[in-house]
Design a protein around this ligand. Structure first.
Ligand SMILES: *Cc1c(COP(=O)(O)O)cnc(C)c1O
Length: 412
């Protein structure tokens, strides 16, 4: 399978990777929570990790294993774990790998709920430094003796800062730091996380991977590039013979099993169906986003456009080198005379909604919604202006999207 194109591998993955029964081309969705062992020794062996198998639906099921196989295959990793939501993937990973007294260097430009969860980690005694990750020198400056990891997002939302991925990856490798990359904005057809030496990728499957706004999910993939034998937070019971599996084992047991945010078999099925058209959807989304960004960039009623595909974006060249396409998120600032709420109400096709990575084009006012809990100073530091609108561009016909903006601007 490895030598085939991305989508060829994807649409044949169930048939070839997961070998469903009776010639089915899809892995069956099986809702059983319990699993019978004809010989009681079998359940003992699975509990003790001597044999592979499922014992209880919270820890693993055939449906979850099938989706994990595909996600891992697409990233070229050593294993994947799925979770009920993207936030569950993040919280379970962080709480199972880190403890009080650890220090983590975290991007200043984070998804709002991740930022809010970071504050919860601080209350548990995990030390964090928030830095501007567009320049590796800020990471170097924040490094301390107890630094264990760097955590960032590939393209930040809503201002679309692109992290200095290759330099940070090299720095993490040099220092033996775990490099955790939230790659929700750049699914594996757009970005090879291993090329920047990421240790772990985390993503919200709710967004581009499933794509249709009808299912929640999250995943963690271990790329196999991190040496877990140097990570002293791994508990003795998870230090098996194969060091490459230490991290995944601890995340699976302490994260998924104990914290319990399991992805349901039905959701696994829906996500894998959405995933089949990932390339078709993201290619169209990226084309549409670039067209709208260029349109807005030249518009007299717009003061700024934030999109990595524009030549004047500060990390345009980095994005061009490391991503295939520039993503579907773009933000823009309206001139002061236009109220963002009134402008959103004037759009007829574009839907006012939070969420991103959908087939439909969505927009929302940023400061008063997703950053409502942040102080003015925090918003200033993140570059979020009061009259900023964030868009998640969909797969509609781009002429219709541009026409919708034309008619909306016409009202002001
Ligand atoms: C949406 C999102 C999440 C959270 O995912 P959910 O599936 O909504 O829990 C995490 N990180 C990023 C970058 C996201 O966009």
């Amino acid at each position: 399978m490895k030598n085939k194109g991305f989508t060829t591998q994807l649409v044949h993955a169930d048939r070839l990777l997961n070998l469903p029964e009776n010639g089915a081309v899809h892995q069956a969705t099986n809702n059983s929570v319990l699993f019978e062992f004809k010989d009681a020794q079998g359940i003992v062996d699975v509990f003790q990790g001597k044999k592979a198998g499922h014992v209880y639906g919270r820890s693993s099921t055939g449906s979850a294993a099938a989706l994990q196989n595909i996600l891992n295959h697409l990233e070229g990793g050593v294993g994947a774990i799925t979770f009920a939501t993207g936030m569950a993937a993040i919280t379970s990973t962080m709480l199972s790998l880190f403890k009080a007294g650890d220090h983590i260097i975290v991007s200043h430009f984070l998804f709002g709920n991740t930022r809010s969860f970071a504050e919860t980690m601080q209350t548990l005694g995990i030390e964090l430094s928030f830095v501007d990750v567009t320049d590796v020198r800020n990471i170097e400056q924040a490094y301390q003796k107890n630094t264990k990891a760097v955590y960032l997002e590939t393209i930040a939302n809503p201002v679309t800062q692109v992290a200095d991925l290759p330099c940070i990856g090299r720095y993490c490798q040099e220092k033996g730091l775990l490099f955790i990359v939230d790659s929700t904005m750049t699914p594996p057809n757009m970005f090879d996380a291993k090329s920047v030496l990421a240790s772990i990728t985390i993503s919200s499957l709710t967004k581009y991977v499933s794509g249709h706004g009808n299912v929640l999910g999250g995943a963690v993939v271990d790329t196999g590039l991190f040496d877990w034998s140097k990570f002293d937070n791994i508990l003795d019971i998870y230090r098996g013979a194969d060091t490459t599996l230490w991290g995944l084992t601890q995340m699976r047991k302490r994260g998924l099993r104990d914290m319990g945010a399991t992805l349901s078999p039905q959701s696994c099925h829906e996500i894998s169906i959405g995933l089949e058209t990932l390339v078709l959807r993201t290619d169209k989304t990226c084309d549409n986003a670039l067209r709208i960004a260029s349109y807005l960039h030249n518009h007299p009623k717009v003061t700024a456009v934030y999109y990595p595909g524009l030549a004047d974006h500060p990390q345009h060249f980095l994005a061009r080198e490391y991503f295939k396409g520039y993503g579907g998120i773009l933000s823009f600032d309206l001139i002061d005379e236009i109220d963002p709420i009134a402008f959103l109400n004037a759009l007829e096709l574009v839907i006012c909604a939070t969420h991103l990575g959908d087939t439909r084009t969505l927009a929302l006012p940023v400061a008063s919604t997703i950053y409502f809990e942040s102080s003015q100073q925090e918003r200033d530091e993140m570059g979020i202006n009061d009259n900023m609108i964030r868009m998640s561009v969909g797969i509609e016909d781009s002429d219709d999207l541009v026409a919708d903006f034309e008619q909306a601007f016409g009202k002001f």
